[in-house]
Design a binder for this molecule. Structure first.
Ligand code: ATP
Ligand code: MG
Length: 247
């Protein structure tokens, strides 16, 4: 990225600093809300405890998520201000690798931010970005919080919601959707209600889901196996153990 802030690659916390700069730049560009800075700080704390790596159970979750996206009738990748700031190109690649649609979906929704994020995704190669229409609703949430596109998240059987708010994650689950969540906090309600919780940093998780999707694309048996082999409760426990015991 051309306007990336310079961080010396030799810095021991290179990835973490780069991530912070992306969020900062997202705020400057009107993509990420100031609340997003707080969410990032919370995520970083868990990443630190997890050893800033993709633990084995998260890799299994990411493989299962890839399989769900490939097998969906209608898969949608929900994009908020933090996700857009951190992994715009990677989200576009994942959508292409799996045939999923991209939908901007904000907790603090403003038309300006919706448009800025859609524009940013297009700059990174997205051809179609949903979410601006907002002609559908997630039942059980107040008007602003519940807005989605009827033919996007509204119609999806599989949704990938990175860094989603707990209430909305719960409401989406109650709509009967297969919910794939990326969240570094295994205790977060979003992670707890997910069909597939990926307890990992979004900057590592999304490219890894894409790699798995490319590998699984033409192999329905391996897709079924990846879904079968994954157990959400076990993955949450494994992440907690990794935090407590560094396993
Ligand atoms: P709830 O318990 O209802 O889910 P919350 O307090 O977790 O609420 P937020 O602060 O909005 O709600 O959520 C931000 C979540 O996103 C946190 O759980 C945090 O761990 C996670 N998060 C933040 N940055 C990242 C990141 N880069 N990758 C993965 N997860 C992240
Ligand atoms: Mg949460």
């Amino acid at each position: 990225m051309s306007d990336e802030v310079e961080v010396p690659e030799s810095h021991p916390r290179y990835e973490s600093l780069l991530t912070r700069h992306r969020i900062e730049r997202g705020v400057d560009r009107g993509i990420t809300s100031r609340q997003g800075l707080i969410a990032q700080g919370r995520g970083e704390a868990y990443d630190y405890l997890l050893g800033e790596r993709t633990i084995e159970s998260a890799d299994r979750a990411e493989r299962a998520a890839a399989a769900h996206l490939l097998r969906a009738d209608r898969a949608v990748i929900s994009v908020n201000g933090n996700a857009a700031a951190l992994v715009p190109g990677e989200l576009v690649e994942l959508a292409e690798a799996t045939g999923a649609a991209l939908e901007v979906n904000l907790f603090n929704r403003t038309e300006e931010r919706m448009r800025a994020i859609a524009e940013f995704l297009r700059e990174h190669g997205a051809t179609e970005v949903l979410g601006l229409e907002a002609d559908g609703r997630i039942p059980g949430l107040d008007h602003e919080r519940g807005k989605v596109d009827a033919d996007g998240i509204g119609a999806a059987d599989v949704v990938l919601v990175p860094l989603e708010d707990g209430d909305r994650a719960k409401a989406l689950g109650e709509m009967g959707k297969t919910e794939l969540v990326v969240d570094l906090n295994p205790l977060s309600r979003s992670a707890q209600v997910a069909t597939v919780p990926m307890i990992d940093n979004i900057v590592r998780a999304i490219p890894n889901v894409t790699d798995h999707a490319r590998e699984l694309r033409d192999d329905p048996d391996a897709q079924a196996e990846a879904i079968e082999a994954f157990d959400a409760d076990e993955a949450l426990s494994a992440a907690e153990r990794a935090i407590r015991e560094g396993e």
